[in-house]
Design a protein around this ligand. Structure first.
Ligand code: FRU
Length: 535
């Protein structure tokens, strides 16, 4: 099989060929990171799903192994879908995943490593007593999937949730078990929300209100808040809320700081889905993985021979304001940083731009800090602008503003016929300033027939007090993964330039606002290619 490598990413996770989707069962075990993922061994479209398996010591360099879980027994003959790993007492990993059975029902199965002394845990055994959880007593057998990592309570019971829905109500159905094998459904779901539809890939975990350390999924006590995330198959976006876990009644209650109807907070406001976190006991951090699908056509996927990437793993922390999460690429990514170009204290005049040259701009890590000396010219904020994505559509990169749009033009051709714009705009609201972050790939390619959605999110910063805004973009041939304001707002886009390819890709800082902005510092590193599954 020939794979077209023109748009292949170089430091984002990919197998050598074929279709991938959700990250599955990420875990850290005896010094090794394991990443399993949904994979079609036979082609570049979804189907024939198995758990492909890669291992790493840094989550940047990956070694591909044989698929770990694949249809071999009746309880998963029609597919081995998403699930999670839990490390059981005695340091024994277990995987729970959704199998598609002979009647095409979604059932939950368990698998254990065949040989714990194999450092890579290559082979996994699926006992014949599977499935261990079946869709009975009114559960919709085609909406019952993606078990979470389990957590342990002081009553000696394990708990986990499984994504589901009842009519239009999305929910996380809860199960309890003493021995991890016999599971009993709880009377009430952990949580549900009307109008959100099927919850795929739920995730539930604690975050610390103080400090920068992650927290194990079974942790409980003072100084913790909880995160509940669901991937909505209705909109193909994820959302999360922050809240409380009432352990005596086994319920999650959102704290009300963000909407609980699918319209609120997201890890990523772009092309990002089916994410999952795990607790990295080695580095005491919680790490997020997620799938970024192609945004070209199915036919393009077939002809290039591959589809889908995983984002760069991100550390997840609670913002000190306790209203949202903060995410940042794991620091191991920085080992790939090569040639550096930098800029200090450079004013970008209204309507002006600055080219950052000297590195291969199609494979780069760019960090830039903007200083805003005055917000006087900020446009008034219209209270009807409730959807940040719509506002970015209304005001793309070429629409002049007061303060902003300013930011980066990634994967740009020399004359900027092609460009993927990553930028901020500042508006003057009634009581405070409002910051918006956008990805505008509408000019990302001259190729016809591509989908080029504009994305946007609010940025929760006190811009008046700080007078600063930072941006980091990971640019990797067909992906731009951006982190605004130290990781408060993240956006990922998939783009397919026709001119801005390889060494012909350029990088600019731009300012289409009336107000000048200052780049207090910019650093752009060309990125080396890690070991990537033998590619
Ligand atoms: C999410 C999802 C999961 C399912 C898997 C199948 O992308 O639809 O709900 O388990 O993918 O590949």
């Amino acid at each position: 099989e020939v794979v077209d490598s023109k748009y292949r990413t170089q430091f984002h996770f990919q197998p050598p060929r074929n279709w991938i989707n959700d990250p599955n069962g990420p875990m850290y075990y005896n010094g090794i990171y394991h990443l399993f993922y949904q994979y079609n061994p036979y082609g570049a479209v979804w189907g024939n799903i198995v758990w492909a398996h890669s291992v790493s010591t840094d989550m940047i360099n990956w070694k591909a192994l044989e698929p770990a879980i694949y249809p071999s027994k009746p309880f998963g003959v029609n597919g081995c879908w998403s699930g999670s790993a839990t490390i059981l007492p005695g340091n024994k990993p277990a995987i729970l995943y959704t199998g598609i059975d002979p009647q095409n029902r979604q059932v939950q199965n368990i698998a254990f490593p065949k040989n714990l002394s194999d450092p890579y845990l290559r082979e996994w055994v699926k006992p014949d007593y599977n499935p261990i959880i079946a869709p009975v007593n009114g559960i919709n057998a085609s909406a019952f999937r993606d078990p979470t990592t389990a957590w342990h309570g002081p009553d000696g019971h394990w708990r986990l949730v499984i994504g589901s829905k009842r009519k239009h109500r999305g929910m996380a159905i809860m199960y309890r078990s003493r021995d991890f094998i016999h599971w009993i459904r709880a009377k009430h779901p952990l949580h549900s929300a009307n109008g959100t539809g099927m919850w795929e890939c739920p995730d539930f975990y604690p975050v610390a209100t103080q400090g920068k350390l992650g927290v194990d999924t079974s942790e409980y006590g003072a100084g913790l808040k909880y995160v509940l995330k669901a991937s909505l198959d209705l909109t193909r976006y994820e959302y999360y809320t922050l809240g409380y876990y009432l352990r005596d009644v086994d319920k999650y209650v959102p704290d009300g700081t963000s909407a609980d109807d699918g319209s609120g907070l997201r890890y990523d406001y772009g092309n990002f889905y089916a994410s999952k976190t795990f607790y990295d006991a080695g580095k005491k951090r919680r790490v997020l993985l997620g799938w970024s699908n192609e945004s070209d056509s199915r036919q393009d996927d077939v002809s290039k021979g591959w589809a889908g990437i995983q984002i760069i793993p991100r550390v997840v922390l609670l913002d000190s304001n306790e209203r949202q999460l903060i995410q940042w690429p794991i620091k191991e990514l920085e080992t790939l940083r090569g040639k550096l170009v930098s800029v200090q204290k450079k004013k970008i005049k209204s309507g002006g731009s600055l080219e950052i040259s000297g590195i291969m701009a199609s494979q780069a890590d760019v960090e830039v800090a903007f200083e805003l000396s005055s917000l006087e010219k900020a446009e008034p904020f219209d209270a009807s602008w409730t959807d940040p994505q719509k506002l970015c559509e209304l005001k793309g990169a070429d629409v002049k503003g007061g303060v902003g749009p300013f930011g980066l033009l990634a994967l740009a051709s020399a004359n900027r016929q092609e460009q993927t714009a990553v930028f901020f705009r500042i508006f003057k609201g009634l009581n405070s300033f409002v910051a918006l972050m956008c990805h505008d790939p509408s000019k990302s390619s001259l190729r016809p027939g591509l989908s080029k959605p504009i994305y946007g999110g609010w940025v929760d910063v006190d811009i008046q007090k700080n007078g600063k805004l930072s941006l980091r973009s990971l640019i990797d041939h067909s992906v731009v993964e951006s982190f605004g304001a130290e990781g408060r707002t993240c956006i990922t886009s998939r783009v397919y330039p026709s001119l801005a390819v390889g060494n012909a890709a350029h990088l600019f800082v731009f300012n289409n606002g009336e107000e000048d902005v200052k780049v207090s510092e910019l650093k752009a590193w060309e990125m080396r290619k890690p070991l990537m599954n033998g590619i």
